[in-house]
Every structure is written in C-alpha cells, then in structure tokens.
Design a protein around this ligand. Structure first.
Ligand SMILES: [Zn+2]
Length: 304
C-alpha cells in the first residue's frame, strides 16, 4: 500500500499467525537536468517553453529578486539557464525538483546563483565568489501601488490638520494585502497603539535595527509578542486602523530607536560563505557551474 510517493506500507502474516507491518522506502532516482531559454514574450511563457513549470520559474524569480527587477527591466533577448535536481519515483514520475544553479543574462549583464547546503542542512543561494544573493532587508514590506507619503520632518497631517513629522513611509495598497517582515527578527510589540492602529514592531538580529508597521487591518495568525519571524514572512495585512484616510501601510525603520528614512537604507548583503566552509562550497559549486556552462551549447546533461 503506497503511503506517499517514496514510502509504502507492507503488512504480512508470518507462519505463526502474527501480523507484521513495515514501512518500505521505495526507490527514487534523481537526475540533473538543465533548461535554457531566451526571453521573447514574457518570463513565464518563455520559461514554460523551455520546459520549466511555473513553480520553478517563481523560485528563479525569488533567487534573483535582489539583483534583477523582473517586473520592469526584462528585455527581449535576455537568456536563462537553470540546473534542476529532479526526483523521480519508481515509476519514473517526477515528484520534485530543486534549483541547484541558475544563470540569468539581463540586458547583457550575467548573474549566477549556486545553491549551497551547509553542514547543518540549511540551503541558500550564492554567487560563484561566495557572496550571498540575499540582502538583510527587503526593498519594501508590501507590494504597493504607490508611495502615498514620504519620510519628512515636517508635513501637514491629513487628519490632524497641523504640521508634524512623518517618521516613515506610507505604501498605498488595497486592504488585505499581505505585509512581510523586511528582515528576520523578533516581534517586540503587537497590539493597538494610538494613531498607528494595529501595530507591530520587530527588532532585527543586530539588535540595533527595528522596523514598525502600522494601520493593519489584522495580524497574521499564530504569532505573538516574542515570536521570531523570518525575512519575508507575513506578519499582517494592510488596513486603515488608527488615524488613516485610506488603506495603506505606515512603515518605519529605526536605528537605536531613532527613525530614519526607510527609502535610504542600503540593502546590506547577508553573510557570505564563511572561510571554513569555502572548500565545501567549492566542491558543491564546481560541478553545478560546469553543468550551467555546458547548457549554453543547448546540450542536456543527465547525471546521477
Ligand atoms: Zn504614515
């Protein structure tokens, strides 16, 4: 009896009449396969023509999200190659895939990413010289329609009617739009705060930086004060609680408690490959980069 794609349950009766059950791991095979394509119409269409499903394409977008603006800067003639580790069950059905390496040539500039799994089993993507492709902070906490108010030390408050500092940025977005933590950290405040409505403060890993998110319609389930959140994790949803004339996210970035203009934060790269893991990184990255190189000649490589 199959349990999932890689395990089955086997129940049998021995000669003595006793029943026994065992879980068998069924055979799976994996193969490295590269896919290459050129942008002619749009990324998802051209990626699917090259043989990639939308899920893989979405992962590809996420891997290069800090370097390439896929919404605005993609051009006809941009090229991509993706090396996948594909997992098949005993019947030859594909049951999973992971991007091991990828290359994207955007407007003539080449970007490369290699997946590295550290001894603890955590995986992330790096450039061939070991720099992390992630940044410590996301560019913005919401997919916004426009910035409705900028950081200013003196602006006319739309509801209060007098001039006061606006210590953050307002991102206009429809009610219910997910709000993402821009960096990993711990929730140090989650509740109602006058003016801000439903409000969250996150203290980030270096302990000096914190971010604040206001006017939420509601908070994400399963989190509370003291919870750890990952970068990009949804913490709540856009609304207009507190003093707000329309649905938007009021967002602040604070260093040692002092608000600075969030639009001026330099997006700091996450940690590179540490020296002691360099040899291990080389061992993982070399064959993967080679496979990507070979795919340029539109050859398929299939290794065990
Ligand atoms: Zn605001």
């Amino acid at each position: 009896m199959p349990l999932d794609s890689t395990h089955s349950l086997n129940i049998s009766q021995s000669h003595g009449g006793a029943w026994q059950a065992e879980i068998l791991k069924r055979e799976t095979t994996n193969r490295w396969i590269t896919y290459s394509g050129t942008i002619r119409d749009n990324l998802f269409l051209d990626a699917s023509r090259a043989g990639l499903d939308n899920h893989v394409t979405m992962n590809l977008v996420n891997i290069f999200a800090w370097d390439i603006d896929f919404a605005r800067n993609l051009r006809q003639g941009d090229r991509f190659s993706v090396l996948l580790n594909e997992l098949f069950d005993h019947q030859g059905k594909r049951i999973g895939s992971t991007i091991l390496a990828a290359e994207f040539v955007n407007q003539g500039k080449r970007y490369r990413a290699i997946r590295f799994t550290d001894p603890k089993g955590d995986s992330a993507y790096f450039s061939p010289d070991g720099k992390s492709l992630r940044k410590n902070y996301l560019k913005a906490p919401v997919k916004f329609t426009r910035i409705s108010s900028r950081f200013s030390l003196a602006r006319m408050h739309p509801i209060l009617g007098y001039t006061r500092a606006h210590r953050g940025v307002d991102y206009a977005a429809p009610t219910g739009t997910p709000i993402h933590a821009i960096g990993a950290g711990r929730i140090t405040f989650r509740g109602w705060r006058h003016g801000y409505g439903n409000f969250i403060i996150i203290r980030h890993r270096n302990r000096h930086n914190s971010t604040a998110y206001g006017h939420m319609s509601r908070f994400a389930k399963g989190q509370h004060k003291g919870s750890w959140v990952k970068q990009g994790q949804v913490i709540g949803f856009v609304g207009m609680t507190g003093l707000a004339t329309g649905p938007h996210l009021h967002f602040e970035f604070r260093i040692d408690g002092r608000a600075i203009n969030p639009l001026l934060i330099k997006r700091i790269p996450a940690r590179p490959i540490p020296k002691k893991l360099w040899a291990s990184f080389q061992r993982q990255s070399r064959p993967r980069l080679l496979a990507i190189e070979q795919s340029r000649q539109h050859r398929e490589v299939a290794w065990q």
